[in-house]
Write a protein that binds this ligand. Structure first.
Ligand code: UDP
Ligand code: MG
Length: 339
C-alpha cells in the first residue's frame, strides 16, 4: 500500500461536542493541500458519544481512520497509539479541542520542505486559559529546562509536524512514562518553532484536571532528569561542611583552654552521621540513575546521514608499486637498490 503524504493524529477523550467541527476544519485543510492524507482519531476510552461519532465518520469517509482504546490510557499513550497506527510520510499531531489552529498546516509543511524534520508550535499567547493554568505551565517549563539534559523548548505542546524518520525514532523509544514534547527534541534532527496564538477551547472543558497535570509534570521530570536523585549528595556536602566548621570551632576553643560543651559534641556527631548518610544516599542515586537510564532502553544514538557507495566497491588492486616504494618505505627500497 502507498503511504499517504500526510497523517493527522488526534487523541480524543470525551470530545463529543468537538468532533463534527474538528472534522470539518481538518478536512477543509486537507482538501486544500491536494495531496493524499489520512485523519487518525484515537478514542481514549471516552464515556460520552465520541466513539459512535467517530465510527460514523470512518464509515462515511475513507480518509478517516478511527481507533478505540480499551480504556482511558491518558493523552500521551492515546497519542502514541495514533502515531503507531498512522502511515503518512509527514505526521501532524493536534489536540481535538481546536486550541491549536489546523490552518497553520500549509505553513508548517512549507517549513518542512526547507529541510526540517520537526516543526513545533510555540505558543505566543494562551487565550481562554486560567491564570492558574498559565502560571503553573510557565513554572513547569522553566523547571524542566533547568533539570533536563536536552533543551526542551518552552511553551510548546504536542502540536507539531514530524517527518517519518523522526517519528520512527520516537516509536523506537519504548519507555512507559512518555513525555512526547521532550522525547521529540531528544531525537535531534533539524527542528524549528512556528510561533502561534493558542485559542480557547471550541467546546467542552479541559480533560486535564490538576491531578493529571501533576502526574504529567512528574512523568516529565523523572523521564528527563536524574538530578533529583543526587540531591541527597548536595545536602550531604552542605551538612558535612557545617559539621567541619563546628568541629574546627570547638577544637580552636578547646586549644584556647575553653571546655567544649557536651551538646556541641552531640551536634557534631549527629550531623557527621547525617552527612554520611546523605552522601551514601547520593551515591546510591548515581547508580539508580544509571540503571534507570538503561531500563528506558532508548536508542544509544541516531544517525542523521550516512555516506557510502552503493553497491559496495569490490577489491581494488593496483599493480603500480612506484608510489608505495617512494612514499612508504623510502629507506628500505633505497638499500635494496644499493646492493
Ligand atoms: N485527552 C486524551 N486523554 C485524556 C485526556 C485528554 O486523549 O485522558 C485528549 C483531549 O481529548 C484533547 C487533548 O488530549 O484532544 C488535550 O486535552 P485538553 O485539551 O483537555 O488539555 P489542555 O489543553 O486543557 O491541557
Ligand atoms: Mg486543550
Amino acid at each position: 500500500m502507498n503511504s499517504p503524504y500526510l497523517s493527522i493524529v488526534v487523541p480524543c477523550y470525551n470530545e463529543e461536542e468537538m468532533l463534527d467541527e474538528l472534522y470539518r476544519r481538518l478536512k477543509a485543510v486537507c482538501l486544500l493541500l491536494g495531496r493524499s492524507y489520512e485523519i487518525v482519531f484515537v478514542d481514549d476510552g471516552s464515556k460520552d458519544r465520541s466513539w459512535p461519532i467517530l465510527e460514523s465518520l470512518a464509515a462515511a469517509d475513507p480518509f478517516v481512520v478511527a481507533v478505540a482504546l480499551s480504556r482511558n490510557h491518558g493523552h500521551q499513550l492515546a497519542l502514541t497509539a495514533g502515531l503507531q497506527t498512522c502511515q503518512g510520510e509527514r505526521i501532524l499531531i493536534i489536540d481535538a479541542d481546536l486550541q491549536d489552529p489546523p490552518e497553520l498546516l500549509p505553513a508548517m509543511l512549507d517549513r518542512m520542505d526547507a529541510g526540517l524534520d520537526v516543526v513545533y508550535g510555540q505558543r505566543r499567547r494562551r487565550d481562554g486559559e486560567t491564570a492558574f493554568k498559565r502560571g503553573t505551565a510557565a513554572l513547569f517549563y522553566r523547571l524542566i529546562t533547568c533539570l533536563s539534559e536536552v533543551p526542551i523548548p518552552p511553551d510548546t505542546g504536542d502540536f507539531r509536524l514530524m517527518s517519518r524518520r523522526a517519528l520512527n525514532v520516537l516509536l523506537a523509544m519504548p519507555e512507559h512514562h512518555r513525555f512526547i514534547r521532550g522525547m521529540v527534541p531528544w531525537i535531534g534532527f533539524p527542528q524549528a518553532a512556528m510561533p502561534y496564538d493558542r485559542q480557547c477551547r471550541y467546546a467542552g472543558v479541559s480533560k486535564f484536571p490538576l491531578r493529571k497535570m501533576v502526574r504529567f509534570a512528574l512523568d516529565a521530570i523523572t523521564a528527563f532528569s536524574t538530578k533529583p536523585l543526587i540531591l541527597a549528595s548536595w545536602f550531604g556536602i552542605g551538612t558535612a561542611l557545617i559539621t567541619l566548621a563546628l568541629a574546627a570551632y570547638s577544637l580552636a576553643s578547646w586549644v584556647g583552654g575553653n571546655p567544649v560543651s557536651e551538646w556541641m559534641i552531640l551536634i557534631i556527631v549527629i550531623s557527621l552521621f547525617g552527612s554520611l548518610q546523605l552522601l551514601v544516599l547520593g551515591i546510591l542515586g548515581e547508580y539508580l540513575g544509571r540503571m534507570y537510564e538503561q531500563t528506558k532502553n532508548r536508542p544509544l544514538f541516531i544517525i542523521k546521514n550516512l555516506l557510502r557507495w552503493e553497491p559496495s566497491p569490490t577489491l581494488e588492486i593496483s599493480t603500480d608499486y612506484s608510489n608505495v616504494a617512494s612514499a612508504e618505505f623510502p629507506d628500505a627500497f633505497a638499500q635494496q637498490g644499493d646492493r
